[in-house]
Each structure stands twice: as C-alpha cells, then as structure tokens.
Design a protein around this ligand. Structure first.
Ligand SMILES: Nc1nc2c(ncn2[C@@H]2O[C@H](COP(=O)(O)OP(=O)(O)OP(=O)(O)O)[C@@H](O)[C@H]2O)c(=O)[nH]1
Ligand SMILES: [Mg+2]
Length: 471
C-alpha cells in the first residue's frame, strides 16, 4: 500500500471550513510542497496556521494544516489535513495541488478501508463509520456509536475465542489418536463451550430485527380498503400533502415512502394502494405491492372508513394481522361521518389490541366542494395515534445487549450457529474428531467474516462502496 490518496472530506458547496485529507507515505512530502515553510520540528498532530500554495508557488489559501504521523491516525498511515476556508474553488485547487504533488484520488471509503486493513478498526467498526455518517435518527446514531466503540466486534471475538478453545481441545484429541494411545475427548468441556456460544448466536439472531429497525427505521405500512383515508393519514403523519388524496377509490397506485421521527426512532411510513378486487391493470399491480409490503411490515396501520363499516374481507385481513407477529393498529377514520358499523363489527373491533379513532379531513356532513377556499379540516385523534405508534415503535427497537445491524452479520451468525450445532451433534454422537474439527473451523470462519478476520475483496467492495469519498 504505497499509494498516497487525497480527497475533499467535507460536503460539496460552501461552508465555514472545508477539509482536504491526504493519507499515505508521501503525505509529509505533499505537505511540504504545498506549505514550503512547514518547520521540520513542528510537532505531529498539532495544527499550524499556514499559507497553502499550488505547485507553481501561487497562494491558494491561508488556513490551518496538520500533519499526523502514523500509526496513531485514522488510517494508521501518515495523514495530512488542510482545513481550508470552505469554498469550492479553494478545495478544488488544494486537492489538485495534492494530486500534482504525487497523491492519487481516493475511492469512496478508501480512508476507512485503509484503517481496516491497517488494523485500526475491525469490519463492524468500519461499517459503523458509514452508519454513523448516515444515521438520521437517535436510535441509529446510538447503535452506530456502540458498534464503532467495538461492542459488536468484541462480543463476536469472545465467541470466536470460545470456539477456538473447543477446537484446541478437539485437536489435542486428534494428535493423541495418531500416537495410537487410548484417547478421551474432553466431551463436557467442549459441549459447555459450544452450548454457550450457540445460545449467544441464537440470541443475536432472534434480536436481529431490532437492530435492523434501529439502523434502518421501523417499517410502518398503511393498509386498508380503498378510499378509507390511507393517503390522508400518510399526509397527516408526515405533516404535508405528499400523497394525492381524492374521493375517487383507487387513487393511490404505487406506494410512497417517507421517513418520520418519533421519540428518537425513525419510522419508514409507507402509503399503499387500497386492497380491493379490481380489473384495472395498474391498480392491481399496486395492490399486489401492498400485499408484499404487508408481509414485510414491522407495524401495520389498518385504516377503516366507519361510514362504510367493515367488509368481510377487511375483517379477515385484520384478524390475520392481529394473530401475526406484526403489531397492528386499527385506525377507525371518518369519525365525523355516520357510524355504519354493525354490532358484529363493533364486537370485532373491541377484540383488537390497538384501536385508534380519527377524523383526518372533511367537515361533518359536508363532502361537497363549494368553490370556497379549502378550510383546514379539524384533525382529531392524530396525537393519540402517534402516541400509540411511538410506544410500539420503541418496543420494536429496544433490545437487550449488543445487536446485529446488517443482513451480512445475520447470515454469518446463522451459518456459524449451524456449523456449531453440527459439531455439537458430532460430539454427542462421538463421531470422528476430524469431523468435529472441520465444523468448528467453518464456524470460526463464519464468525471471522463478521469482524473481517476472514474477508474477501467481494465483501470489502460491497461494504466500502457505501461510503462517501473522503471518509
Ligand atoms: N369526512 C371525512 N373524509 C375523510 C376523512 N379522511 C379522509 N377523508 C376523505 O376520504 C377520501 C379518500 O381519502 P384518501 O386519503 O385518498 O383515501 P385512500 O385510502 O388513500 O384511498 P385510495 O388511495 O384510493 O385507496 C378523500 O376525499 C378524503 O378527503 C375523514 O376523517 N372524514
Ligand atoms: Mg391513497
């Protein structure tokens, strides 16, 4: 890794400060090319007010610069930062000057990739850097910070350690066997370690959804019959007229998604096409999508128009959601209109866990557009509804102990657990030691993949492509 890389590390546009970052063995030379009077005895990691020049000696900016000698730097290499005035021309010219002085343009995430390759971060921490930059909610921020501090990496390392001990015990028995001694595998000791690790991996798997929701937000899907007021609810939650609302059934065709923040938790709220039988091709694709979203929902909002009552179909769908793992809120809307529920409907609604009543638009008994300017409708029940939403969302995201945040982690944890279970069976059945060792090694590799101990260019490429340039 002899290349020296450079990039503008701050967002494009104007700002108080803009930073050009350089990392690699030529950092010091590049610094002295741009700042010829940089004192040789200037202390590492200390800022200095400097005049920055291009390679022709022309002044570009007067600003702070710092030389940070490796390995105690972000990348582990020598790093230089020019903390310039945040104007696009300045930053462009300083970057160009570093390139002319010998640097090459950094790829997205290349600084962090080097930090990983130089052992400054494990892979879960590198991922956390991207998550920290991308976090839009308090919960995503908190989780990224925890992972950046190494909590996930440490707990995976602890399990690797345990499996490695079990492997040592098994291998000791293998060596013994070669000497044709009578051997006895340390069965109980091995089983004890495997049981502990398998339990922990199972816990991580079980809690995966919580971590995913913290990182990506809780998927809230608005469902219900057509014309019930789903888009009106979506707009009310979002606080602006994002979705088209009309009295025509079948208005929403494709789904819409917006992020909403409640009590530090991000909600990804989706408005969908109403569920109904239709011969319209576009609408039927929309309805198909609604069904797919329903299956992926973390939380469902089922909107009911009380002036329409409950259809047989709606009742069946609601009952199905109610008995599923997806928490569901029945939103009885159009409280300003006539109540057309049957006794049976009411009984059914009473049996549900969460029912909220709302009036989201319209004026009582007035559905006409009389040409007057649209009066802001008195919205009712929205606050109670968001309270219920926040309470459920919080329940869906909080978890005990460290959590996985990515599908990549889940895949590896699952695979590791399966290999270790295989090994455990083999131990119990007193199978050949080589056999047991093989599964344990596979399990170790899976766990190693999570922290990046075992990694392929493919995995790294996928992870670092998510980064922005300069990080
Ligand atoms: N009176 C009254 N009308 C409402 C209320 N909420 C929504 N509406 C009206 O009901 C009609 C349908 O609302 P939408 O939000 O488009 O309903 P939707 O469920 O998204 O409908 P589709 O997208 O067609 O499935 C619109 O004319 C809304 O203004 C309410 O609380 N009271
Ligand atoms: Mg709609």
């Amino acid at each position: 890794m002899s290349k020296t890389i450079a990039a503008i590390a701050t967002p494009s546009g104007r700002g108080g400060v803009g930073i050009v970052r350089v990392s690699g063995p030529a950092s010091g030379d590049i610094l002295r090319t741009l700042i010829p009077d940089w004192p040789d005895d200037h202390e590492s990691h200390n800022l200095r007010l400097s005049q920055i020049h291009d390679t022709d000696g022309e002044l570009i900016d007067e600003s702070l610069a710092v030389m940070m000698e490796g390995p105690k730097t972000y990348t582990g290499e020598d790093v230089v930062e020019f903390q310039c005035h945040g104007g696009p021309i300045i930053l462009r010219r300083v970057l160009d000057a570093t390139l002319e002085a010998g640097a090459t343009t950094a790829e997205p995430g290349e600084f962090t990739r080097r930090a990983f390759l130089n052992g400054r971060l494990d892979l879960t921490q590198a991922e956390a850097v991207a998550d920290l930059v991308n976090a839009t909610s308090e919960s995503a921020h908190k989780m990224a910070l925890e992972h950046l501090q190494g909590r996930l990496g440490e707990s995976i390392e602890a399990e690797r350690e345990r499996v490695a001990e079990a492997l040592t015990l098994v291998e000791a028995a293998i060596d013994f066997a070669h000497e044709e001694h009578v051997y006895q595998i340390e069965r109980d000791e091995i089983l004890e370690r495997l049981n502990t690790t398998i339990d922990e991996l199972q816990r991580l798997e079980d809690q995966f959804d919580r971590g995913r929701r913290q990182r990506e937000g809780v998927r809230v899907v608005i469902l219900g019959p057509t014309n019930a007021g789903k888009s009106t609810l979506f707009n009310a939650l979002y606080g602006s007229d994002r979705a088209i609302v009309t009295p025509v059934a079948g208005t929403t065709r494709d789904f819409l998604e917006e992020e909403l923040h409640l009590e530090g938790v991000a909600l990804r709220v989706m408005d969908t096409a109403g569920l109904r039988e239709t011969t319209d091709e576009v609408e039927s694709i929309g309805i198909e999508r609604s069904r797919e979203l329903k299956d992926k929902a973390d939380l469902a909002l089922w909107v009911i128009d009380r002036s329409e009552g409950l259809s047989e179909e709606a009742r069946e769908e609601l009952a199905e959601l109610e008995s599923s793992d997806t928490p569901t809120i029945a939103v009885v809307n159009k409280m300003d209109l006539e109540d057309n529920f049957t006794d049976e409907d009411r009984e059914f609604l009473d049996s549900l866990t969460h029912v909220n009543r709302t009036r989201l638009a319209g004026a009582a008994g007035d559905n006409s557009d009389d040409g007057d300017s649209i009066e802001a409708a008195d919205i009712e029940g929205l606050e109670e509804l968001t309270d219920t939403l926040a309470e459920i969302a919080e329940r869906l995201t909080d978890g005990e102990g460290v959590l996985l945040s990515r599908a990549r982690h889940l895949e590896s944890v699952r695979s590791a657990r399966e290999h270790l279970e295989q090994a455990r069976r083999a131990v119990r059945q007193e199978m050949d030691h080589e056999f047991i060792a093989l599964d344990l090694r596979d399990g170790l590799d899976d766990l190693g993949e999570i922290v990046g101990e075992v990694s392929t260019d493919d995995i790294l490429g996928r992870i670092f492509s998510e980064f922005c340039v300069g990080k």
